[in-house]
Ligand binder design. Structure first.
Ligand code: ADP
Length: 795
């Protein structure tokens, strides 16, 4: 090396993008005009060149300021001409030089240079250099193990070429490192060996660290990818195992079946999305998972409730009238309303269903009329009982997060119906509860409101369901307990209960033939006489409807059927005697006469949930301090009526011929022993007064007389409700005369002729009139006698 002579002036080759170190051999390709003319000259004269790196790699023709001042003296080892102006060169670095000055720039760059630094002989004895160079070798080896940028071969070559020669090793190592040109120039500049190796160790150490970090990042990324791949792999394996066990097939078949149903059931977009989402979840779960069953049940619900399936309405009014009449007696108002609806529906297709409410006592045919309506219209029929429903979730369903959750009664009913336009009976809406578990009536409002029931939301389904095509029909025994908001939505039709004649008609035209058929009896086996049926009605049942009568007729049929099977011959005529024989002792007596033969008792008429009732008011007196005791099934309003009655009597004691002082020393006890719970109302006012007066003057009230009416403190008789039911009850209890407030006379129009004709009615305005009717002239005579006795005494 020391022999190399450096010429005074030398051709310069600017190098892009890399740095040539002494000892290093480097292939480069050149094509720039200046470089080519440099080559011409140098190759011809076999000269050395100076290789310096450009500061800016993009610079095609760098001027002196565009080149580093430190460079390498180099020898051209080989020149390979390629097509065009391109030439490949192999050059070898010889030693460090410094460019002192650029002499000229054309036709190629020429510069005056001087050597940089002293040459250190191979195998330098400096211990520090030795130590440094060992650590350099170590680090370089570590780098080689991890680096992806330096190939193992190249690394090995550097190490073997540099063995025992730190100078050479440092230059070769610097040359192969993938670091920036600036940093490499920094190394080239350091002509002091120790200095240079120190710097190099630092750089290599940093590179090792960088490499480690990048490996770590890469392996993390690889981990992530690996996890997904692993899951995929495991899932495939699971499928294979399930297939082997014969389970996978079931699941696949099951999923396919559900998918088919989803495609076919015609669900709206929103429901479909929910179903597809659940399907996706399901397909990823093993069938043993608890979640699987939950998801499956949900999908089952989604695909089985009727989304698009519906029946064609039969809007033929004549046909409908026939069906309704064939199945039910009377109920004219309700039937008319239904027929009107059908007629309008025939003219206006998109009519929303009305929400009818049938109100009346049990057994008057509310539910069975609903069935007939469905028959007449050709719709399906479903029924949901709301009696005792306290929890909103029973109407609207439980959220799916609850174990064992299900849709509410509405959606369950729709599933049973199987069509989206059934006749849907909501039974007993007056028995809806309401407590901390939420208000079920508000959920019902949503069901019944035509404005919003096209997107009814059930907590379980989670997707809206269209109820707007459903014909809702509600039933109730009494309207008082129906939440007012709900009552507003409905068109209420009351069915008051049947008279004996009507019951007889229903029995003859409907129930008897129905029960005969149900028991396999024909006209040849059995015949019911009118008297026999009347006996059933009067002695074996006491009801506003006909449910118990139906049951007793069934009872008779059953017993006759048994006798026939046991060998009895001929036809059984069911008359009064036969009824007594078959049904046993009489269940209800006409007890009025028996009750009212004493003083202190009066017969009232009451209205209860199950129709009209006769009601006995019983009172008694005892020594005391003027207290009023009231017992029996009485509400607050009834108690107030009793107090009003007592006050009126006290105020009118003189005219009744009573001793006023007696109220100070007597306690009164009023009791109502009736079985049924009367609706709490003031209509017992006149009865209470009559019973008390009867007690005080010791005269019995006529036993054929019943009464109803409210009283004021001044003795006026005020109108009351439920007249029709009360009168029917009075007649069936064997009453002959009825006292009623004058203002209620108009209500008698609702009562059928057969009942009206059997009774005598006395409209009254004042309680005095009531007392005259109850006691006849006896009361006035007694009062006159008492007054005379008093006068005589005072005189
Ligand atoms: P509700 O729902 O009012 O309690 P149901 O509909 O259950 O009463 O009626 C009880 C029974 O009485 C049924 O078998 C029904 O057919 C019969 N029924 C009631 N009213 C009539 C009627 N007007 N004509 C014919 N059958 C009737």
């Amino acid at each position: 090396m020391e022999q190399i002579k450096i010429p005074e002036e030398i051709g310069v080759l600017p190098l892009r993008n890399s740095v040539l170190f002494p000892h290093a051999i480097m292939p480069i390709s050149v094509g720039r005009r200046k470089t080519l003319s440099l080559l011409d000259e140098v190759v011809r004269n076999n000269e050395l060149i100076a290789v310096v790196s450009q500061r800016n790699q993009a610079d095609d023709d760098p001027d002196p300021s565009g080149m580093y001042r430190v460079g390498t003296l180099a020898k051209i080892l080989k020149v390979v001409k390629l097509s065009g102006n391109n030439v490949n060169l192999i050059i070898q670095g010889l030693r460090r030089i410094r460019v002192d000055r650029f002499n000229n720039m054309e036709p190629f760059v020429r510069a005056g240079v001087s050597p940089l630094g002293e040459m250190v002989p191979a195998g330098g004895e400096d211990v520090e250099v030795e130590a440094l160079s060992r650590s350099m070798v170590n680090q370089f080896q570590t780098l080689l193990q991890t680096s992806t940028q330096i190939s193992a071969d190249l690394g090995e070559m550097v190490l073997s070429a540099g063995t025992g020669d730190p100078e050479r090793l440092s230059d070769l190592a610097s040359s192969v490192l993938s670091i920036s040109v600036e940093e490499k120039i920094g190394l080239l500049e350091r002509h002091n060996l120790k200095d240079r190796i120190q710097k190099l160790v630092k750089i290599i150490t940093r590179e090792v660290e960088l490499q480690e970090i990048s490996t770590k990042i890469q392996s993390q990324v690889a981990d992530e990818v690996g996890k997904t791949q692993r899951q995929y792999y495991l899932r495939e394996q699971m499928k294979a195992i399930q297939k082997e066990l014969g389970e996978g097939d079931d699941k696949t078949a099951e999923l396919e079946e559900i998918q088919k149903k989803i495609d076919e059931c015609g669900m709206p977009e929103e429901a479909r999305k929910a179903a597809e989402k659940e399907m996706d979840r399901l397909s990823k779960m093993p069938p043993q998972a608890a979640e699987y069953t939950v998801a499956r049940t949900y999908l089952d619900w989604l695909v089985t409730i009727p989304w698009s399936n519906q029946t064609e309405d039969n809007l033929d009014v004549i046909h409908a009238k026939k069906v309704l009449d064939d199945e039910h007696f009377d109920l004219v108002k309700v039937k008319d309303r239904i027929l009107e609806y059908l007629a309008v529906r025939a003219l206006k297709k998109d009519l929303k269903g009305p929400i009818l409410c049938l109100a009346g006592p049990p057994g008057v045919g509310k539910t069975s009329l609903g069935k007939s309506i469905a028959n007449a219209m050709g719709r399906k029929f479903v029924r949901a009982s709301l009696g005792g429903v306290r929890d909103e979730a029973e109407i609207r369903g439980h959220r799916r997060t609850y174990i064992g959750s299900l849709p509410g009664r509405i959606i369950q009913g729709m599933k049973r119906a199987g069509t989206r336009n059934p006749v849907f009976i909501l039974d007993e809406i007056d028995k809806l509860g309401n407590d901390f578990r939420g208000d079920p009536s508000s959920a019902l409002l949503e069901v019944l409101d035509p404005e919003q029931n096209n997107s009814f939301s059930d907590h379980y389904l989670e997707v809206p369901y269209d109820l707007s095509q459903v014909f809702f029909l509600c039933t109730a025994n009494m309207l008082d307990t129906v939440p007012p908001a709900l009552r507003d939505r409905m068109e209420v039709m009351t069915i008051p209960g049947y008279t004996e004649e009507e019951k007889l008609e229903i029995a003859r035209s409907f129930l008897v033939s129905k029960q005969m058929e149900a028991h396999g009896l024909t006209d040849e086996n059995i015949e019911f006489s009118v008297e026999g049926l009347r006996t059933v009605i009067n002695d074996y049942t006491r009801e506003a409807g006909v449910r118990n009568m139906d049951r007793e007729i069934a009872n008779v049929c059953r017993k006759v059927a048994r006798r026939i099977v046991e060998g009895a011959e001929g036809k059984t005529l069911v008359d009064t005697e036969k009824v007594r024989d078959l049904l046993g002792s009489v269940k209800y007596f006409r007890e009025v006469a028996e009750w009212t033969d004493r003083s202190g008792i009066a017969t009232g008429l009451a209205w209860t949930q199950v129709g009209g009732e006769i009601l006995f008011v019983e009172c008694t007196k005892m020594k005391g301090k003027g207290k009023l005791i009231i017992t029996g099934r009485l509400g607050d309003v009834m108690k107030e009526s009793a107090m009003a009655a007592v006050s009126w009597i006290k105020a009118n004691a003189e005219s009744l011929g009573l001793d006023e002082d007696m109220f100070e020393v007597t306690d009164f006890h009023i009791h109502m022993p009736a079985g049924a719970v009367p609706k709490d109302g003031p209509s017992a006012g006149v009865t209470l007064t009559s019973a008390l007066v009867s007690l005080l003057v010791d005269l019995p009230v006529s036993s054929d007389l019943a009464m109803t009416g409210e009283i004021t403190l001044r003795g006026k008789v005020m109108p009351v409700g439920g007249i029709k039911e009360k009168i029917i009850a009075a007649k069936s209890a064997g009453i002959k005369r009825v006292i009623l407030p004058e203002k209620n006379v108009k209500d008698l129009d609702d009562v059928s002729d057969s009942v009206r004709d059997a009774l005598e009615f006395f409209p009254v305005r004042e309680i005095d009139e009531v007392l005259d009717l109850a006691f006849g002239t006896a009361l006035r005579e007694k009062a006159a006698a008492a007054a005379a006795a008093k006068d005589a005494k005072s005189a």
